[in-house]
Ligand binder design. Structure first.
Ligand code: GDP
Length: 196
């Protein structure tokens, strides 16, 4: 059964600390507090596989979780947290970019955006960067339970418009770690991209 087994493997500060390139991997990116840990826990049916917290910017390493002995989910450090000194933010940016460009076993990037707010300038730059570097990616619109269906529809339309202007055609999935909305769709995407 898919997503039956999940275990923490390691926390890697940079590319050279990542596990050997053996299994396909899917990474989760997005700004701090966007809901990465919560969505990983929901997808894997675990309460505390990934740590969730109200203190943004705490997860500063790439956390590896092995699923069903067959692929990795990788929680990337949240970016753009204002309270972290700029120098440190820049270093993370470089480390993450290095990982995204050079990790041969990376099959898909899931970029999370809070459905309540328009994508930030950093989010937009990241869409563009992923598109220009031909990285397969999808966008998860998180915390969808917190807004009305009408508001969700307009957030979805706003993101689609931005992507269209960049000539980027990728899935955009509204989801919620609370209600479970979108979780099956995310799981299917993960299985598709990890050749399961
Ligand atoms: P991370 O920093 O991106 O890993 O974000 P977390 O998963 O730690 O979530 C940040 C905060 O948002 C926590 O207080 C979560 O309980 C809350 N949160 C995350 N996902 C959801 C969601 O789908 N619905 C609601 N209502 N709250 C969420």
């Amino acid at each position: 059964m898919a997503f039956n087994k999940a275990r923490f493997i390691t926390s890697a500060p940079k590319l050279s600390d990542c596990p050997p390139e053996s299994l396909p991997e899917i990474c989760f990116a997005g700004r701090s507090n966007v809901g990465k840990s919560s969505i990983i826990n929901k997808i894997t049916n675990r309460k505390r596989l990934a740590r969730t917290s109200n203190t943004p910017g705490k997860t500063q390493q790439m956390n590896y979780y092995e699923i069903d002995d067959s692929f990795y989910l990788v929680d990337l450090p949240g970016f753009g947290y204002a309270k972290v000194p700029k120098k440190e933010r820049d270093r993370w940016g470089r480390d993450i970019q290095n990982y995204l460009l050079k990790r041969n076993t990376l099959h898909l990037v899931l970029h999370l955006v809070d459905s309540r707010h328009p994508p930030s300038k950093l989010d937009e730059e990241f869409f563009y960067w992923l598109g220009s570097n031909q990285k397969p990616f999808a966008i998860l619109l998180t915390k969808a339970d917190k807004i009305s269906n009408n508001k969700l529809r307009s957030s979805l339309a706003a993101i689609r418009k931005i992507l269209e202007e960049m000539n980027i055609d990728v899935p955009v999935i509204p989801c919620s770690a609370q209600s479970g909305k979108g979780i099956e769709e995310i799981r299917s995407l993960i299985l598709e991209f990890t050749d399961q």
